[in-house]
Design a protein around this ligand. Structure first.
Ligand code: CO
Length: 141
């Protein structure tokens, strides 16, 4: 029997696309008592983002920077916002990428890791390979 090694580690964050990040942050803060980080602008990903810390993971709220943002397209279909992706940690993003490609899964974009919101390399996987869910893998050492 072959020993299987999991390609995914802990759940790093769940990302929620929102049309108005200030309004959404307020709701999370007031109703849930959530602690909200200060906003970050990530031009490479076309988003403004805040993080909400929970004991076992984070929630990211994502607002599109402009019409070309991938989040804008998502919000056209989900005008009130909605769950956009989940992010798992991996120890080595290049090893994880190679395994995924060998398994037949597709990496979005040109397939090479980009630097994500936490300053670590990330890749995104084709949602049609995973039950319609967009999965981000982030290298966390
Ligand atoms: Co993310």
């Amino acid at each position: 029997m072959s020993k299987k090694v999991s390609n995914i580690g802990r759940l790093n964050h769940i990302a929620i696309a929102v049309p108005d990040i200030d309004k959404a942050s307020n709701a999370w803060e007031k109703a849930l008592g959530a602690k909200i980080s200060s906003p970050q602008i990530l031009p490479e990903h076309g988003v403004k983002v805040v993080f909400i810390e929970a004991p076992n993971t984070k929630v990211e709220l994502l607002e599109p920077l402009d019409q070309n943002s991938p989040i804008s397209k998502f919000l056209l279909k989900n005008p009130n916002g909605g769950m956009h992706h989940i992010c798992y940690e991996v120890e080595d993003i290049l090893t994880a990428s190679k395994k995924l490609i060998l398994s037949g899964a597709k990496i979005l974009g040109d397939g090479t890791p980009r630097i994500g919101a936490h300053g670590n390399p990330v890749i995104f996987l084709n949602p049609s390979d995973f039950s319609g869910t967009l999965i981000e893998l982030e290298e966390v050492k």
